[in-house]
Design a protein around this ligand. Sequence first.
Ligand code: FES
Length: 314
Amino acid sequence: MIEVTLIKKQMIAENIVSLVLASADGTRLPAFDPGSHIDLHIDNNTIRQYSLINSLDKGKTYEIAILREAGGRGGSIKLHDSLTPGSTVTISEPRNHFPLQECEHTVLIAGGIGITPILSMAQYLHSQGKSFELHYCARSDRSAAFLAEIQASPFAEHSRIYFDQQKQAFAPQTLAHRSDDSRLFVCGPEGFIQFISNTALAAGWAEERIHYELFKRSAPPASGLGQPFSMVINSSGDVINVAADETALDALVRSGYEIPCSCEQGVCGTCVLEILEGTPDHQDMFLTDKERQQNQHFTPCCSRALTPTLTLKL
Ligand code: FES
């Protein structure tokens, strides 16, 4: 964990605030690659994940941008309303589940606040002299974070902006297949990612060359509810019964186990636990197909069990 101080806070678009964080003890923060995020501990029970934007600063500061979600679970509103310059907060070290990959040409596509990791990627690719293009879709110019920066950037000529309210829709033909050594990175809401992924697949892109990072599911998973099952904790031998109307995460917390969690939607991977025996019923969108086949991990916030018991390494 790292203690950081908020050194700058400013509204950069409608309902989007930028926070610049520096190490509280004056040391340099760990450098990170584009696509990385941090866990931000808002209070004892609330952790949220935010993409880091300024990878080229190499750890001098961390910049994140936060969309105020009126219909959310309250974390973003707390950050918008309560944090003031000089406030100290705890964050995790950067982690990267959405890394760039070497290729001949990179297509970057952002929907709304999904611009945060995508902008970091664009800045990095430009700094390395790599071939790329950036497509940024937003509701309007007022809601588009970092719009002025992109328009004034040295890669503006490789960037296209689309505003829903001005009927400048992203055209599917934009994704006409590039060379076989191209990769596509997309970040935004679930429906946006699905649209881009489906369009790219229809245009001939190989599935393994389409990479995405989801911030939030448009519809929650089946809330992790369903058939009851049991969990055995290998370190203590405790047997924890998961009722039909509670999640495995709730059952673990009720039994006194502290499990870090953030999205509670199977998106972020914060709650992932190791499985020693049994077969999970995966409801998350975090684990890859390969990881599911390996049968070694599950997300207790939303996934359940296909076998009567799961033995957890805990
Ligand atoms: S808390 Fe995010 S995947 Fe479980």
